[in-house]
Design a protein around this ligand. Structure first.
Ligand SMILES: [Zn+2]
Length: 262
């Protein structure tokens, strides 16, 4: 009996290893709702062994994503659309997708922004306030220009990108409140969205109330999935994570299952 069970498990592991498609989520039932996509870099990175490879989609692939969304009838929405739907409790928008970008990398200006303008697609970028203007990150001028386009909104990704769960309440409050204040001064608008560094493992029951207390209305995690639409804000938003090098079939799984891999 035990031997049969071990053989069965070994068989499953072997088949999963031999046929990677079986480790994808295509056999899960598709879900409808608010899809929030989590990106980081938009840049050319060809070595799959690079640590940043999964977090980097090429400009060419990102353009394919935008065309795919259009072709399949998705609506690329803004932060304001989510807030409005939440306030009204209803929305006429069908198949909503929000594009989010974590960390505020410089390539979001050089590679992403031209594509957003070309296709008139809104995006939400989460900034680490300590990093603004440092090498590899967006400068205040770039941030201002993107904001003035009306296509890009900015949210907070804390001051220092530390794992909030491991900080004291006082330190968490400093991270969430101070970054909000800095961004609001820089941008001249209110900042409604917050993104937890390290996502799923980065926050717990203690952290979220402190984020909401600071005045954020939307909080974004890296927990995978698709959210109810219209969004009511009962928990942190789930996000799907299109990795660098994934196929459009895997992108389709991200949009319909909230994740491409098991
Ligand atoms: Zn981050």
């Amino acid at each position: 009996m035990i031997i049969a069970a071990i053989l069965l498990i070994l068989g499953i592991v072997y088949v999963g290893w031999r046929y990677p498609a079986l480790r994808r989520t295509w056999y899960w039932p598709p879900r409808r709702g608010l899809v929030v996509l989590m990106y980081h870099h938009v840049a050319l990175l060809t070595n799959p062994a690079d640590e940043q490879y999964p977090f980097t989609v090429s400009p060419e692939l990102f353009e394919k994503h935008l065309l795919f969304l259009k072709q399949k009838g998705y609506t690329t929405i803004s932060e304001a659309d989510i807030l409005r739907a939440r306030q009204l409790g209803t929305s006429p928008i069908q198949k909503p997708v929000l594009l989010t970008f974590d960390d505020g990398h410089a390539d979001n200006y050089t590679n992403l922004f031209p594509l957003l303008k070309k296709y008139q697609v809104p995006a939400l970028i989460f900034l680490i306030t300590d990093q603004i203007g440092t090498p590899g990150y967006l400068t205040p001028e770039q941030i201002q220009e993107m904001q003035q386009s009306g296509l890009v909104r900015f949210g907070s990704h804390t001051c220092s990108h530390r794992r909030l769960r491991s900080l004291s309440n006082q330190e968490i409050e400093q991270e969430v409140q101070e970054s909000k204040k800095i961004l609001e001064e820089k941008l001249g608008t209110s900042v409604s969205s917050f993104c937890y560094p390290f996502g799923a493992g980065g926050f717990d029951k203690r952290v979220r109330p402190l984020v909401l207390k600071a005045g954020y209305v939307l909080d974004f995690s890296t927990k995978k999935g698709i959210n109810p639409w219209p969004w009511k804000g009962k928990s942190a938003l789930l996000r799907a994570f299109p990795r660098g090098g994934e196929s459009l079939w895997e992108y389709h799984l991200q949009l319909t299952r909230g994740r491409s891999r098991l």
